[in-house]
Design a protein around this ligand. Structure first.
Ligand code: BTN
Length: 261
């Protein structure tokens, strides 16, 4: 049996929330395997759009491509359940709303300058501070549900092997950042932008995302499931797909790992 009651953490977040859908119900767990998995398997009674599950520690945090996501105390590890009324092909927009909300949250709480890296990272000083794992359960043309899992290195200590590519908010900001205040701001921003998705204002999301990303015109390497491409980014479309100008013409990439060159 999982213990998830109201805590001083949830009270602080509730007191600053100004949302219609996101975070109306908030579960705070001390330790769980993964907050995405928790939502996937949770009791039907708890199911409601916008429920947020946050854990102090994840013992089996998962990243993209089944990678392990190290989730010790001090970080912010949470997932949101959504019933988005979009085509499965537009699923990337959910991740975009997540990375925008994280970026806006960091800007609201600090004087830092976060940058979104396609497809689902937020960087500080070119190092990863946040990753997003969006999972979609769809049938034909309809999304049944989506779970967006967000992991942010806040005040946690990073493992040695992550030092090259990742950082924490505390490290860059120079002092501890309140996880409660950060979560509150992210949920408020997520809610605002999720409304734009529900009103089909996809170009608003695309433009906002682009305003926090420096990717257009950048020389990059992208590795997708099958291929590696080199080129210059020419656009991100309303589906969140990346257009790359390569030596052999323009390529559209749906998902992949990007390296700036
Ligand atoms: C990535 O960059 O590979 C995505 C990392 C996503 C991590 C978050 S932490 C909260 C949620 N629960 C998980 O198991 N994963 C996501």
């Amino acid at each position: 049996m999982i213990k998830c009651h109201q805590t001083s953490f949830t009270n602080k977040v509730y007191s600053g929330l100004d949302t219609n859908i996101i975070g109306k119900k908030l579960l705070h767990l001390k330790t769980i395997d993964s907050t995405n998995l928790f939502i996937k398997n949770m009791d039907k009674k708890l199911i409601q759009e916008g429920i947020v599950v946050v854990a102090d520690v994840q013992s089996k945090g998962r990243g993209r491509k089944d990678r392990t996501w190290t989730s010790p105390k001090g970080g912010l590890w949470f997932s949101i359940l959504l019933f988005p009324k979009i085509h499965p092909k537009q699923g990337m927009l959910i991740t975009m709303i997540g990375s925008i909300a994280v970026t806006q949250g960091i800007i609201e709480l600090t004087d830092l300058n976060p940058e979104i890296k396609w497809p689902n990272d937020v960087l500080l000083n070119k190092q990863k501070v946040c990753g997003i794992l969006t999972e979609i359960e769809a049938h034909k043309d309809k999304i049944n549900y989506s779970i967006v899992g967000i992991g942010i290195n806040v005040n946690n200590i990073l493992e040695k092997e992550l030092h090259k590519s990742a950082t924490t908010l505390k490290e860059v900001f120079g002092s501890k950042v309140s996880r409660e205040e950060l979560l509150t701001s992210i949920l408020n921003n997520f809610d605002k932008n999720y409304k734009k998705l529900n009103s089909k204002n996809y170009d608003y999301i695309r433009k906002l995302w682009l305003s926090y990303s420096n990717i257009i015109g950048k020389k990059i390497k992208v590795e997708d499931e099958k291929n590696t491409y080199y080129g210059i980014v020419s656009d991100i479309d309303e589906y969140g797909h990346l257009f790359l100008k390569t030596n052999s013409g323009q390529v559209k990439i749906i998902s992949g790992d990007v390296t700036y060159l």
